[in-house]
Ligand binder design. Structure first.
Ligand code: FDM
Ligand code: MG
Length: 219
């Protein structure tokens, strides 16, 4: 019997949506019910490229907006073999941020790189089987405490990131297919309720048939 390849799930969303905590809990849950699953995140700061990104986010170094955009993308490309091997071995991946963060955060910069330019370095990366957007209202965002100290953790910039995500999702939904490209889950409610919705959607996707080969490349 051949192993069914793992499911590649990506979670995106605004700051304070609870993405990282939800991803961790989801991975624990999936493993506990027998679905072997690995947690990944981008930026993955634990590499030479990731360390530069960490220094940039922590305001230790300055970089041109194009250059740092390419570093974020290169960080994904360096883990492409790992993603493909993991999926081929039948293990699912839950990924905390991916190419969509890359595009939305750079495209949100005032006088920054052009939106279409931002999309290009991502072309060819493994495409997720399921993309989930955790949405959070400005009120819930505010009630969850202040932003951190990293670059980008600024309310006005976050609003622009939200607009860039919306543009991205609109474009992908227009691009076709009979079902929406994105599943949006509202994360304003209680953590456990959001987790239940997430787990239900992901388990259903794991159980769906999928092609035996590697995932297609992002277009
Ligand atoms: N971010 C994340 C980007 O600007 N580009 C990317 O490609 C990715 C993956 O990095 F502000 C931004 C999003 C966020 C910051 O992310 C660090 P975490 O999830 O807080 O570590
Ligand atoms: Mg953060």
């Amino acid at each position: 019997m051949t192993t069914k390849r793992g499911l590649f799930v990506v979670l995106e969303g605004m700051d304070r949506a609870g993405k990282s905590s939800q991803c961790r809990r989801l991975v624990d849950h999936l493993n506990s019910i027998g679905h072997r699953t690995e947690l990944m995140r981008f930026p993955e700061r634990d590499s030479a490229i990731g360390s530069l990104i960490g220094q940039y986010l922590g305001r230790k170094i300055e970089l041109d907006d194009h250059a740092v955009h390419l570093l974020f993308s290169a960080n994904r490309w360096e883990f492409r073999p790992h993603i493909l091997d993991t999926l081929a071995s039948g293990v699912n991946i839950v990924c905390d941020r991916y190419a969509y963060s890359g595009i939305a955060f750079t495209a949100a910069k005032a006088d920054g790189p052009d939106f279409h330019w931002c999309c290009q370095p991502e072309v060819g990366l493994p495409a997720p089987d399921l993309k989930i957007f955790l949405s959070v209202s400005p009120e819930a965002q505010a009630s969850r405490g202040g932003f951190g100290a990293e670059r980008y953790e600024v309310a006005d910039f976050q609003r622009r990131v939200g607009e860039a995500y919306a543009r991205l999702m609109r474009l992908e939904d227009q691009a076709g297919g009979s079902c929406p490209a994105w599943l949006t889950i509202n994360a304003d409610g209680a953590f456990d309720e959001v987790q239940q919705q997430l787990a239900k959607a992901v388990v259903a996707a794991i159980d769906c048939p999928r092609s035996a080969g590697p995932p297609a490349g992002l277009r």
